[in-house]
Design a binder for this molecule. Structure first.
Ligand code: SAJ
Length: 417
């Protein structure tokens, strides 16, 4: 039976561990957070993700998945730890490096080590050099002529909310330090992935991941920029995009209050950091998307000053529809600023959150209560519950709809909304 050790039990590591266990592998999950380890051993998860709960309970009960504080001997090691932005928008690789130091002592001949964390080009090659220093007794690919282990990079590309489905269905790109490394890592994924597993080099696979998210960021920036252009021209941006998209080779994404989440709002900076002169469009797209949140805040500010007694209600804090994830959320940032700019006037409705997050000085109310309020409505997240709000509940309110779900466009003059 293949033994797998997954280091980092977050949104990627935990579902991957559960799926591998479900496919007959003996999995050891490792996390530095003792609460995560304890919860997992009790069959519980700290994440909200469709289908994950039942899957976990099953593999934990069967004894196929156990959680640990430190790496355990295994055949395949997967590193799935966060790589956030550090000071100066530089990639922070400390968690990856700690994981490598933690697993190095238990690494053995014949093992496969796969990095899944989003990483700048050269990170996997850097791990090879680290391992060569930490384990001089092992032949490390890229360093030794006759490698004893395989080392590869394989980015995840799953969409939060669809993680379990996409882990199985999506194609994977596996980049090895050598072709033999790619082959060994690809065979592991072929144990549970129904999509195609494509072999490449480590540096290419690292850049593939960054490219995918930068591509999406640039495309969303185009939509956000057009929303500003349309607003200035007094044109309904949603109708504009709907009509432009009837062209057979045009497919514009949707504008919003900015771009959030721990991936798309972060990863393009890894490219800019490595190629600041070359990545001009990618940098500008990031700036356009960040600016959109400031624009929304300014626009709500204008309305709030024009209606000095009016209560303000923000609909949504999450970074996107129907998730509870607040990381890098432009909605949360906008709400925080509005609460500070207009003390005592703001209330927030976010069905996916139980208590107001730190730094948000405004009461969290439920949807029926929110719809009793008058004044200014700011739609920040296109949650399904908000889509179902009947038009009559909006009557007489000043509506600023950043997602186009209530049929009210920022391009339409205020009197019409
Ligand atoms: N957004 C818009 N307009 C759109 C689409 C998205 O404003 O038309 C906003 C969302 O509201 C959100 C942000 O962009 O704030 C990102 O949302 P998303 O649904 O585009 O992506 P994520 O962050 O949930 O997941 C992305 C995915 N990457 C791509 O689609 C290229 C996913 O496949 C990756 O696995 C994930 O990043 C990751 O982990 O890197």
């Amino acid at each position: 039976m293949t033994r797998v050790c997954v280091i980092g039990l977050g949104y990627i590591g935990l579902p991957t561990a559960a799926l591998a266990a479900r496919h007959g592998m003996r999995v050891f999950g490792v996390d530095v957070n003792a609460a995560v380890v304890a919860a997992l051993n009790a069959g519980r998860t700290h994440l909200h993700e469709p289908d994950l709960d039942g899957l976990l309970r099953r593999v934990v009960t069967e004894g196929m998945l156990t959680a640990h504080a430190t790496p355990q001997p295994a055949d395949v090691f997967i590193i799935a730890v966060p790589t956030p932005l550090a000071e100066g928008r530089r990639p922070m690789l400390d968690h990856v490096h700690s994981a490598v130091r933690a697993l190095a002592p238990v690494l053995a001949r014949g093992n496969v080590l796969i990095l899944e964390s989003t990483s700048p080009v050269g990170t996997t090659a850097g791990i090879a050099r680290m391992l060569a220093a930490l384990r001089p007794d092992l032949g490390v690919p890229g360093v030794a002529e006759a490698p004893d282990i395989a080392l590869a990079y394989c980015p995840e590309r799953v969409l939060p909310g669809r993680i379990i489905v996409e882990l199985v269905e999506n194609d994977r790109c596996v980049g090895g330090i050598t072709p033999a490394c790619a082959e060994a890592a690809a065979r592991f994924y072929e144990g549970f992935v129904r999509g195609e597993v494509l072999r490449s080099a480590a540096a290419t696979a690292e850049l593939v991941k960054l490219t995918e998210n930068a591509f999406r960021d640039v495309n969303i920036a185009f939509a956000n920029e057009m929303s500003l252009v349309a607003e200035k021209a007094g044109v309904d941006v949603w109708e504009l995009i709907r009509l432009a998209n009837r062209h057979p080779r045009v497919n514009i994404l949707q504008p919003g209050p900015g771009v959030g989440g721990h991936c798309i709002a972060v990863d393009p900076w890894f490219i800019v950091d490595a190629a600041p002169e070359e990545a001009r469009l990618i940098r500008t797209a990031r700036e356009v998307n960040d600016h959109k949140a400031e624009h929304v805040r300014a626009r709500v500010g204008e309305a709030a000053r024009a209606m000095p007694q009016a209560p303000i209600t923000c609909f949504g804090l999450a970074f996107k529809a129907d998730v509870d994830d607040l990381r890098e959320s432009p909605a949360l940032e906008i709400a925080r600023h509005l609460a500070a700019d207009f003390p005592g006037r703001l209330a927030v409705v976010e069905p996916f959150v139980r208590a107001a997050p730190p730094g948000l000085d405004a009461p969290l109310i439920d949807l029926p209560e929110a719809l009793q309020r008058r004044g200014i409505y700011v739609l920040l997240v296109d949650h399904t519950a908000f889509r179902r709000v009947p038009p009559e509940s909006l009557a007489g309110r000043r509506v600023i709809d950043t997602r186009g779900v209530w049929g009210v466009s920022p391009g339409v003059p205020p009197s019409a909304s």
